[in-house]
Design a binder for this molecule. Structure first.
Ligand code: FMN
Length: 312
């Protein structure tokens, strides 16, 4: 998620769950090929398994970026066909590509040739007036014929004109039934559902019909629910980390990053929701928000915030 799931955020999530696959923010091929590639591609080794999400539509550029993703050590490379932002539409990036299944198939074929890690696609159930179940099937069938076998489907369509990206995550209704039908029609494909999933109970129900669940906003706003994913979903009996343990480990990470020249605020903003739903959550958030962006802020601020929260 742009501006959210950066490497600091993913490190934080990894303290909560060992098995969940994590995704980067979308990075455009232009940024990787003509910008500061290490800035966009570097990640902490603790983040594995981690997938790089690319935005682009020029097969040769995507192929080069897929090769780089593998060299950098990513476990998967994903092509974004779901972002409705008009800023990326002009560069033929994101959800506009759902109107061009042949081009997406070419992109996927080029990426697959260039690397040996899995190439996956994230898309919507439709765009604009092209939102029939059959339209989505044609897209998936064509892209699958180029060798993509995993599709992550955001179960709402996107309006390419008139709605902001935020509205495009809320206004078009969720149609989980279209994603379930897709899996029934293409049982050999791995179909992962996304959109509006906020609990493990809901995830387990969806997993009866589908191969996976992708969770976005809930993981960011209420991250501690991820602590139960390993045991509840993956059957991993590794002991559950407490909120306090997670906080202490992340504090160590933040202090090391500060010593490398990073600002506390850039890391701490991702863990403001750690005490979501608990007494003291608001005090915890407020303390960090008020203190972490001071130029000389140290990671001790996170421990201080916890002390206030605990007293509450
Ligand atoms: C702040 C923000 C940034 C996002 N950036 C991306 C992105 O870079 N790539 C992407 O595929 N989806 C992006 N999304 C969409 C989410 O991946 C997801 O599809 C959407 O939020 C619906 O899932 P959810 O209800 O679990 O959040 C973003 C969502 C948010 C809230």
């Amino acid at each position: 998620m742009m501006d959210w799931s950066d490497r600091h955020c993913r490190y934080f999530w990894r303290l909560l769950t060992r098995n969940t696959l994590l995704y980067t923010e979308m990075v455009t091929t232009g940024a990787v090929l003509h910008g500061d590639a290490p800035r966009f591609l570097n990640f902490n080794k603790e983040e594995h398994p981690v997938a790089l999400q690319l935005g682009g539509s020029i097969p040769s550029d995507l192929a080069e970026c897929a090769r780089m993703a593998e060299d950098w050590g990513y476990d998967e490379v994903n092509l974004n066909c779901g972002c409705p932002s008009d800023r990326v539409q002009v560069g033929k990036i994101g959800a506009v590509l759902m109107a061009e299944p042949e081009l997406v198939a070419e992109c996927v074929a080029a990426m697959r040739q260039a690397c040996s890690i899995p190439v996956t696609v994230k898309h919507r159930i439709g765009i604009d007036e092209q939102d029939d179940y059959q339209d989505m099937c044609r897209f998936v069938e064509k892209v699958a014929s180029a060798g993509c076998s995993t599709f992550i489907v955001h179960a709402r369509k996107a309006w390419l004109k008139g709605l902001s990206p935020k509205e495009n995550r809320e206004v078009p209704p969720l149609k989980y039934e279209n994603v379930v039908r897709l899996k029934q029609q293409f049982p050999h494909l791995t179909i992962i559902i996304n959109g509006g999933i906020t609990s493990l109970e809901q995830s387990k129900i969806l997993l009866q019909d589908l191969d996976g669940v992708m969770i976005g906003r809930e993981a960011y706003n209420n991250p501690y629910f991820l602590a139960q994913v390993d045991s509840e979903i993956y059957g991993d009996e590794h002991p559950l980390a407490s909120r306090k343990e997670v906080l202490e480990k992340f504090t160590d990470y933040c202090q090391k990053e500060i010593e490398k020249g990073n600002r506390l605020h850039h890391m701490s903003r991702h863990m403001l929701g750690l005490f979501h739903g608990e007494y003291g959550a608001r005090i915890f958030r407020r303390y960090i928000t008020e203190h972490a962006n001071k130029p000389d802020a140290t990671a001790q601020i996170l421990l201080d915030a916890y002390s206030f929260c605990e007293r509450a």
